[in-house]
Every structure is written in C-alpha cells, then in structure tokens.
Design a protein around this ligand. Structure first.
Ligand SMILES: [Zn+2]
Length: 407
C-alpha cells in the first residue's frame, strides 16, 4: 500500500497509472491489447500487472467470447470494482464524514457520524478508521471495498491550512496527517474542509460546471470557498474563503478568530440558536429550529429574516469584488429553507450592483454533509480542471514522509 517515493518508484507508479488509466478508459483488455496501447516492454508490463493483481487493484477474467477449440481462451484484465483508490475524510467541528471512490472513480460509499466538539485527534482518527471500516466491511453484493490499491487520503480540517513552503521554518505536519499515515500507510493531503466542500459542489454538486462560484457554508462555523476563472482559489497563505470573519457588526460580539462582530457571530448554528432562545424560542438544535420554522413560528421567521439580510449584504459585497455566476449556500442552517434563503436573496438583490442583479444564480447545496469528503477525494485524484493551477502533492501541506530511498 505504501509507496516509497524515490525516482524508480515514481517511474513504477507512473507505469501503474498508465495501465490503470487504460483499463479505466477502455474497460477489460487482454495483456496483448494492453501491451499495444501502453508501449511498455513486455517484461515491464507483466511485472506491473503482477503487482496490480497482487494488490487487488486489477482482477483477471477469462473471456467468454474467446473462440473454443483454439488454445486457451484469452484472459482479460479489468479494474477491480471493489478496490478503493481514494478516501476523503472531513474532520468537521462536531462530525466526521468519509467517502471513498474505486479505481473507476465511482463513489462506492460514504458515512457520517456526529461527535463532541472537543474530541481529541487520536479519537477522531479512530472514529475515521471505524467509518472507513464500515465502507470496507458492510457492503452488500459483490464484496467489500478493499484498500490494497489505495493511493492517498484527502483530508479536510477546520481552520487555516497553509502551505509548508509559505513559512520560514518547515511547518510540522498536522496531527491528523501523522495518525492517518500510521494507520493507512499512504500520503495524506490536507486542506481546509469548507474549501473542499466548495470544490465538491463545483465538480459534482449545485455548481457543477461553474467557472466562477462562491460557496458559503452555514454550520458550526461560517466559511466558504471560491472558484475563480475555472480554478479553486486558495490565496497566498491558504486563507481564501474565510467569509465568516467579515465584519458585519463593528464592535459586536467576540468571535473565535479573535476579532469581533464577524458574520460567524451572527450566522453560525450557535449564534442563531442562542439568538432564537434569547428571543423566547425553544430549540436545542437545528432540527428543532427547522421544525419551528415549518410550523410558522414568528420568532424563528423574524430571526432568520435578520440573519439572512446580514448574509445577503456580505454576499453582495463579495459579488461586487469577485463577480461569481453561481452562489451556493450549504451547511445545516440552509435546512431552514426559504425562511433563510429568501431574505438572503432579497438583501443580495438590494445591495449588489444593479447590473449584476440578474446574473447571479443563488442555489442550495446538493451534496449534503459529505461535500467536504468528496472534495478531499477530488484533491487526491487531481483530475478536475478546477485544480489545474492548484498546488498538488508536497506543496499542499502534505506530510513529509521519510523516504528511505533518498537517505
Ligand atoms: Zn471571526
């Protein structure tokens, strides 16, 4: 599973990718057909195939269409649909989400589980291992997901994820990278989880195909991500998309970031629930708030009207700065539906430059809570054009792996 990364193993990895790519594109092929298409020497190809079969990435089948009576029927090679290639894990503040894709890049499973906000990293990683295990162990049908062909894990975490090359000193790897690498033995790519959700929504979700996308997540934190000119935007220090820390109330409530009056102090789950209760409403969580909204609770509707207006003003300012064609609203608070989205839309309409009013499409997110985990997978596969100018591999705060071959 683990790939040391000296030049020879990189070459070998390149050959494996070539063969896997051909099988992904053409479906089952015989050794002869593969040989013609890949241009590798017979020895090299057979060597690579033996390895891919041994790890479970590729399976052999005897072709049923081979003419009988003319020697052995041709053996074909095909991608193992149960072999996982990439895992995405979103370590959100109070929940963990995992998703996996197979070698054909089909999503083969996802799972989520809530946890306390203060859960230590070690226990979060244990939970992640267990959730990944649920993908590998409980699938019905042909078989469970196998991790023998696992390439890498894409991980989203809350907060700032900067490049290790941005600072003067070499940054220490994130604890989650160290722990996951110990458990799975593959590289662990790390980015901000909300930006990964933006990536997921822009590839597979509400903004699929969008070249200029603004994603806003209203959850325990408020954050977002930007696709600008067809590229996921990261910013010089990995700080792009921190929309939750734009000031909306100068001198307002203290924010976790150290500032005051940030959008997050008004539009996070805690802020909204606290304000609802302070106004006499009763709701222990978002589900109960949604229930109140659906029942037409005036207190809830008035509150969300005000919160939506604040969000819409911020979005209007961002629109004027960036000029997106699509705005996607995600996160648990979006579950309150039109009670929140309509005032957002009104304020956006009122405050954006008039010329932009009818050029921005406001949409609800569609990937749900696994958007960030799917974004992690996109990061690993690095196939989306949205990532063509995005740092990859070691430049993306990847954990430094001791490379035995270069020492
Ligand atoms: Zn803040």
């Amino acid at each position: 599973m683990s790939q040391p990364r000296g030049p020879l193993s990189q070459l070998r990895r390149g050959h494996e990718e070539l063969v896997l790519g051909l099988l992904r594109k053409h479906g089952p092929l015989s050794r002869g057909e593969l040989g013609k298409r890949c241009g590798l020497s017979r020895t090299t190809l057979y060597d690579i195939l033996a390895e891919l079969v041994a790890t479970g990435a590729v399976v052999t089948a005897t072709s049923q269409e081979a003419p009988r009576g003319r020697g052995r029927p041709a053996e074909t090679l095909t991608l193992n649909p149960d072999a996982g290639q990439a895992i995405g894990i979103d370590f959100a503040r109070r929940a963990l989400h995992v998703a996996a894709v197979n070698l054909a890049h089909e999503v083969v499973g996802s799972a989520s589980e809530p946890h306390d906000a203060g859960l230590p990293w070690k226990e979060r990683v244990e939970l992640a291992v267990r959730l990944v295990g649920s993908l590998t162990g409980t699938r019905t049908g042909a078989g469970a997901l196998r991790l023998g062909a696992l390439d890498a894990i894409g991980v989203g975490v809350v907060g700032v994820v900067g490049s290790q090359h941005a600072g003067d000193e070499e940054a220490a790897p994130h604890p989650v990278q160290v722990l996951l690498r110990e458990r799975f033995g593959v590289p662990v790519l790390l980015d901000n989880n909300t930006r990964l959700a933006a990536l997921g929504e822009s590839i597979w979700g509400a903004a699929a195909g969008g070249q200029d996308v603004l994603y806003l997540r209203l959850s325990h934190g408020v954050g977002g991500g930007l696709v600008v000119g067809g590229s996921l935007h990261r910013g010089a220090y990995g700080l792009s998309g921190e929309f939750g820390h734009i000031t909306v109330e100068p001198g307002g409530a203290r924010c976790d970031c150290g500032g005051t009056g940030c959008l997050e102090t008004v539009a996070s789950i805690r802020a909204v629930l606290d304000a609802f209760r302070a106004a006499g409403g009763r709701a222990a969580d978002v589900a109960e708030l949604v229930k109140a909204v659906r029942a037409g609770d005036r207190t809830a509707l008035t509150l969300l009207d005000g919160v939506g207006a604040r969000i819409g003003e911020v979005l209007a300012a961002l629109c004027n700065a960036i000029g997106p064609s699509v705005i996607v609203i995600g996160g648990e608070l979006a579950e309150t539906g039109p009670a929140l989205v309509e005032p957002i839309e009104r304020a956006l309409h009122d405050h954006v430059m008039p010329v932009s009013r009818h050029r921005v499409s406001l949409r609800r997110a569609t990937l749900g809570e696994v958007a960030g985990a799917l974004g992690g997978i996109a990061l690993v596969l690095h196939e989306s054009p949205l990532l063509s100018r995005y740092p990859a591999g070691p430049d993306l705060a990847e954990d430094p792996i001791p490379d035995k071959e270069s020492r």
